[in-house]
Design a protein around this ligand. Structure first.
Ligand SMILES: [Zn+2]
Length: 176
């Protein structure tokens, strides 16, 4: 028994054609059959990956806004650290230890600085349509989960970030 190269069906050794799928067998039959089965069409593949890499403009804009917003928060808290007496005043108002408050403020500054940096990298990647941009953007968005307002916004952004954009589908959506 031999196996058909196309469908894998079991055939007698002297068979010239497959009894299951009709594929020609033997030295002159097998090679053309494989040639027919694997046509080289690189153009549609690259087109599809290009559309998958595309991200909605408002998502990219949101990352630039996020970068600006987190920079603002980081700068605000950094100013609180830099201004002499501001920290002690806030500590006495809240009746907390100035050293502990300083640590908390340093943490907030570092957190929002990291948020700003990751958003700038993600926004640049999304604008230039880099293949790594979506991964960086997802990580950057996930950082907002640690803020109290972030969770629903992050969920929406990550959803639209990975949702493929195709012109035919968006046309169908608008008709509905
Ligand atoms: Zn077959």
């Amino acid at each position: 028994m031999i196996a058909c190269p196309r469908c894998g069906g079991q055939l007698p050794p002297q068979a010239r054609f497959c009894a299951h799928c009709g594929a020609p067998l033997g030295t002159e039959g097998a090679a053309p059959a494989q040639f027919w089965l694997a046509p080289a069409r690189p153009a549609p593949v690259s087109e599809a990956s290009a559309s998958r890499r595309e991200v909605r403009l408002w998502v990219t804009i949101l990352y630039w806004i996020g970068a600006a917003l987190s920079f603002g928060v980081a700068a605000l808290y950094a100013a609180g650290l830099a201004l002499p007496g501001a920290l002690d005043q806030a500590a006495s108002a809240q009746k907390t230890d100035p050293g502990q408050l300083r640590l908390a403020v340093i943490f907030v500054v570092m957190y929002f600085a990291a948020l700003c940096l990751s958003h700038v990298v993600a926004a640049i990647g999304l604008t230039l349509r880099k293949p790594w941009a979506k991964v960086v953007a997802t990580l950057a968005a996930a950082l907002w989960v640690f803020t109290c307002v972030g969770v629903p916004v992050v969920a929406v952004v990550i959803f639209f970030l990975w949702r493929p954009v195709s012109p035919s589908r968006s046309a169908g959506d608008s008709q509905r």
